[in-house]
Write a protein of this length. Sequence first.
Length: 438
Amino acid sequence: MNNHIIDALRPEPPAIDPVWEAETVRAITEGRVGSGKLTTNRRGRLMGAGLVAAAVVALIAGVAVARHSLPPDHVRPAEPVKDKIQKITPAKAEKLKLGDTLDVVAELPKTYNGDGVLFSSFIASNVLVGSATPELDEGAPGVESLAQSHPVMYDLDTKKFTLLDDRDRPDPTQVVDVSGDGDTVVWAELVGTSIGTSEFTIYSYDQRTGQVTTLGAFNDPDGQIVYGDDLALAGDTAYFSTAAYPAKRGQQGVYAVPVDGSKTPRMIAKGGQGVRISGETLTYAMSNPKNKEQPRYFTYDLPTGMTMPVPVSAHADDPGFCGAEVTKAWETWCVGEPATLTIKEASGRTTEFDPFPVGSLTAPDPHDVIALGRWTGIAATTDDGQDREFLVDLDTKEMKVFPDNTSFTSLSPDGSTVLISSYAGKGPGPQRLVRIPD
């Protein structure tokens, strides 16, 4: 959904843990294919969470660990007002301070049994999931030096971990995209640290029985079919996509697989990529032969399996177009160099934003437009791969921004609390749960 190749732009790249770096780069380069591929650069990265009954014309990537499953928007009531344009300058946003203007609900543990922990998402209001990974042997670079990582679950009330799968693999794997609900946890395991991984396996964990099930295993001997970095769970089914470098006939697409492993993965959208789920709607992208810079988008109704093309935005031909979406609450579009965002509410009120100041060399298009109570949340990606979150009250024009070097990672089910991750020079820094300001 977006392609920020951050490390290539650094004058002096920092010493970063390879697994953390690979996961970060992979997360912010999701949606790509190779030769003749679907390209999702800054021309197509604006996306909101309200995809149900939405006309989405561009999706975003960014560092979004566990953002493949988006919470439904809490739609603000729109009062009838006359059409008017108001302007907001993100550079004037009040910077939130941890423990002061930003209430810290919990400081999360950094390790489990000596292994570094990286939390990825909520599966309940008081339960998080993620992965635990031993430190690398710096004297032995390469896949052989990787120690097996494992999926974990953490109860915020009891402060206890549950190790979901403690088995070693024939080749060490890295655990990614851990997510779930009250019944099931799903994750992917990748062999190697390259961005495009052709050997990967999808697993599920039944919280009632503790049983681990292998849902699907892929290992293309030609190294062309790769994991799409978009595993998502909806009900009793997991969804993900594969890409191909170059496209292998019939092998690129969106797959569905029951979490109990009763059936093997089946392709539900040939050629599709970039799985996003909101409510009962799955959205995916397809390469566009008429415009390689602008993929086509489709919605897949989960209960019925009906597929519908997503209408193209009226602003798609505007200079510097970088994305748009339409929900019941608003229409948004992003155009220009540098990118500027416009939000037009159902009431007719229109808000234009000046460029978002995140100090990025990679054209920080605003993306992930979501409703959070009275706030509208907007993300912009920095050169460090962080998704800086801006909060704006469209009624008062009040604007706040999360602290530097933080990513807005996963919302609690009720939308009141968010998991934020901090950046550190040699890997992930502290992770915290903070309350969305009232």
